[in-house]
Design a protein around this ligand. Structure first.
Ligand code: SIN
Length: 505
């Protein structure tokens, strides 16, 4: 196997967290690895909402932190929520300084939009639904111009290199069909979420939890893997991944109706269309299960302004044969965000020396059981920078890595059956029988194909969802609808051994 010694930091993943970490690691040299071309294959570039930050005169970081804590259903770390909210305004200004063209109000200040579960209008947007794409374009230009960053695309993460003490010493990547070892002073995983483990997802399908699974295989501590956020309004036009109809449409007054044209959200929550995201997702799921269907009707609220105000949603709808100016948009809940991940401190340090994590693959503690809308780009920017700075300062170590291990990859057809099983059994509504069935499916796939990282990630979700016999935030158990005492899940893969045996029986 080819060996490359990189005298600096390796960052894996080129979403907003990875790019921000790469920039922040200066003066350390950074090798930025991405499986896909830049700005493809990452959720950040698809984000429609924007960045939540207390930028308005009537807002404060305290209020933003309080909303973050409330949305997280008892499991947010309040100190980290406070840190996120306090650093939010500077993060938005830093991105604007790089050229991100945030919408401005008449006085030149950032225009602010309202999203569900925010007590203030505090989401900085770009042209309705263009925030992710525009922010990523600006940051990509900065990364490509940065002399300390070398970008390598087409490099798929296949393993982590460790020394005899468990310190992470770099990565194993696959490029052009060949494996290579890259040693580095520090490794930052910014590998995104797990949407590709679900049959219906709003994220790039290649995001199958590989960073999470490989970190778990290396022995890293993992938190809250059972908490998956389902976006209520993925556009149901038979596309995989499913395009998103941003929550901002409901913020603008679009309503949810069933096939009979009746608004239904008031039956589920007093805040109706602006109820917390998990409530809206379950309501849509229930309407669909009952055969009534679910549609987002933006004809009155947006109407003829659709092409200018929400260009991405408009293009997706028209591509699927739905004209949202004239007809309601068919919608379904879809896997959108993973609250759980690799445990980190405020500087992105994981439980394994030499390994850092940032963005969706990390669990900083700010999302709890349910992420507040538009807090994910913010978290990627704030904690990506923190992780990059800390990784850049990591001292060199002379220890030799053990021989590289690259777990098997899950073949395409096996992944498709896993995705179906995850959507069916670890989706918007779960129960013990379905989760046990899912674990048996995962065990059968492992027996046939080995312990692929995607299967490890799926097992973490399923096992912890089965163990959490309560309903909280994004985790709804039809067989345990009450809340127990609030507690986060912390585990390593070794803790799953009894569950592995259980599932194999
Ligand atoms: C949306 O635009 O509805 C998604 C925003 C988010 O997930 O934070």
């Amino acid at each position: 196997m080819k060996r490359i010694r990189h005298d600096g930091v390796v960052v894996v993943g080129a979403g907003l967290a990875g790019l921000t970490a790469a920039l922040a690691a200066e003066p350390a040299k950074v090798l930025l690895l991405s499986g896909a071309p830049l700005n493809q294959g990452c959720s950040s570039a698809w984000a429609q909402g924007g960045m939540a930050a207390a930028l308005a005169a009537d807002d404060t970081p305290e209020l933003h932190a309080a909303d973050t804590v409330a949305a997280g259903a008892g499991l947010v770390d309040p100190d980290l929520a406070r840190l996120l909210a306090e650093e939010g305004p500077a993060a938005v200004r830093a991105l604007a300084a790089l050229g991100a063209p945030f919408d401005r109000a008449g006085d030149g200040d950032f225009a602010q939009s309202l999203e569900a579960a925010h007590s203030r209008a505090r989401v900085a947007r770009v042209k309705g639904d263009q925030a992710g794409r525009a922010i990523m374009e600006a940051v990509t230009v900065a990364v490509l111009a940065a002399r300390h960053v070398e970008v390598r695309t087409g490099a798929l993460l296949r393993g982590l290199l460790q020394d005899a003490d468990g310190r992470v010493r770099g990565v194993v990547v696959e490029q052009d069909g060949a494996l290579a070892e890259i040693t580095a002073r520090a490794t930052v995983l910014a590998t995104g979420g797990i949407g590709g483990l679900y049959a219906v997802t709003t994220t790039p399908a290649e995001l199958t939890g590989d960073g999470l699974g490989l970190a778990a295989l290396a022995g890293a501590a993992i938190a809250d893997p059972e908490f998956v956020q389902f976006h209520p309004t993925a556009i149901e036009i038979g596309r995989d991944p499913a395009p998103l109809a941003t929550e901002a449409l409901r913020g603008e007054g679009a309503v949810l109706i069933n096939a009979a044209g009746e608004r239904f959200m008031a039956h589920y929550h007093p805040d109706a269309e602006l109820a917390p995201r998990d409530v809206v997702a379950r309501a849509i799921h229930a309407e669909r299960e009952a055969g009534r269907g679910a549609f987002l009707d933006a004809r009155e609220a947006v109407g003829s302004h659709f092409p200018e105000e929400f260009p991405a949603v408009f293009a997706a709808c028209m591509g699927g044969g739905v004209d949202p100016r004239k007809e309601p948009i068919p919608v379904a809940p879809a896997c959108h965000y993973h609250m759980g991940g690799i445990v980190t401190d405020a500087e992105g340090r994981t439980s394994l020396p030499g390994l850092f994590a940032a963005g969706e693959c990390a669990s900083t503690g700010v999302h709890g059981a349910n992420r507040l809308a538009s807090n994910s780009l913010l978290e990627a920017a704030v904690f990506g920078a923190r992780a990059g700075r800390a990784a850049g300062k990591a001292a060199d170590t002379a220890t030799a890595p053990l021989p590289a291990v690259a777990p098997p990859r899950l073949p395409h057809m096996a992944l498709q059956s896993l995705r179906k099983a995850m959507s069916r059994d670890a989706g918007v509504v779960r129960d013990a029988a379905g989760l046990a069935r899912l674990l048996a499916t995962i065990a059968a796939l492992e027996n046939e194909h080995g312990q692929a990282a995607a299967l490890v990630a799926a097992r973490l979700v399923a096992t912890c969802a089965l163990a959490r016999a309560e309903s909280r935030g994004g985790h709804w158990r039809a067989d345990a609808t009450q809340q127990a005492e609030p507690r986060r899940t912390f585990l390593t893969l070794a803790d799953l051994e009894p569950a592995l045996k259980y599932a194999a029986e």
